[in-house]
Design a protein around this ligand. Structure first.
Ligand SMILES: [Zn+2]
Length: 216
């Protein structure tokens, strides 16, 4: 399948994307992953991207699109791809549309994961992450707590709340999402490829997506 997943931070895009890749062998593609991949592989595009990242600047859309173009042509994309958190803005959506036309690839579906703000806040503010950069195991103080003294069960390092996962930071991220990304929902509605799924169960969301694709 070829799918775009839209949804606020904490809506569960990553979890749903993983379940979809298990379902039919499509690959999960996020902007962060492909940038890191290109940098690691040391490609020309990767070196350019690294320059921006090291200077703490945003990688420009034109470069992201070039890296995306290369990524979508790799052999593992033959079975399909799940774009997780990309595009983020209407200009990126326009660029992606042109790229898919150029590569003669047709999207099956754009999915809007519609999860209430309280659920997102609860999910993200209860998350904790292992502070060991080589481990980064994710915990949840309600459903998957670290040890009683706040240590990682895998490596014993301290488990912390990430700075971008405090209630204040998440509220700000949701505002940014609504401003920049939410207009994409109208964009894809007009394109006729949007399906909104309001569920907090990843399994239910995946069933909704596969049923919608089969029904097309
Ligand atoms: Zn750890």
């Amino acid at each position: 399948m070829r799918v775009i997943l839209l949804g606020a931070p904490g809506a569960g895009k990553g979890t749903v994307a993983k379940l979809l890749t298990d379902y039919d062998g499509s690959v999960q593609i996020s902007t962060g992953d492909i940038l890191r991949g290109a940098v690691k592989a040391g490609t020309e595009l990767g070196k350019k991207a690294q320059g921006y990242m090291e200077r703490g600047e945003l990688v420009p859309d034109s470069l992201i699109m070039e890296i995306m173009e290369a990524r979508l042509q790799e052999p593992d994309c033959k079975k399909g791809f799940i774009l997780d958190g990309f595009p983020r803005t209407v200009p990126q959506a326009d660029a992606l549309k042109k790229l898919l036309q150029k590569l003669k690839l047709k999207l099956d579906l754009v999915v809007n994961l519609d999860v209430p703000k309280e659920v997102v806040l609860d999910r993200l503010t209860t998350r904790r992450t292992c502070s060991n950069a080589d481990c980064q195991e994710i915990y949840n103080i309600k459903s998957k707590p670290p040890t009683a003294d706040g240590k990682c069960k895998k490596c014993g390092s301290k488990v912390v709340q990430r700075a971008d996962e405090t209630e204040e930071a998440i509220t700000q991220r949701l505002l940014t999402y609504n401003e920049k990304t939410a207009p994409l929902i109208d964009y894809y509605k007009k394109e006729g490829s949007l399906k909104t799924i309001s569920s907090i169960s990843s399994q239910e969301i995946v069933s909704g997506i596969t049923a919608a694709i089969k029904g097309k």
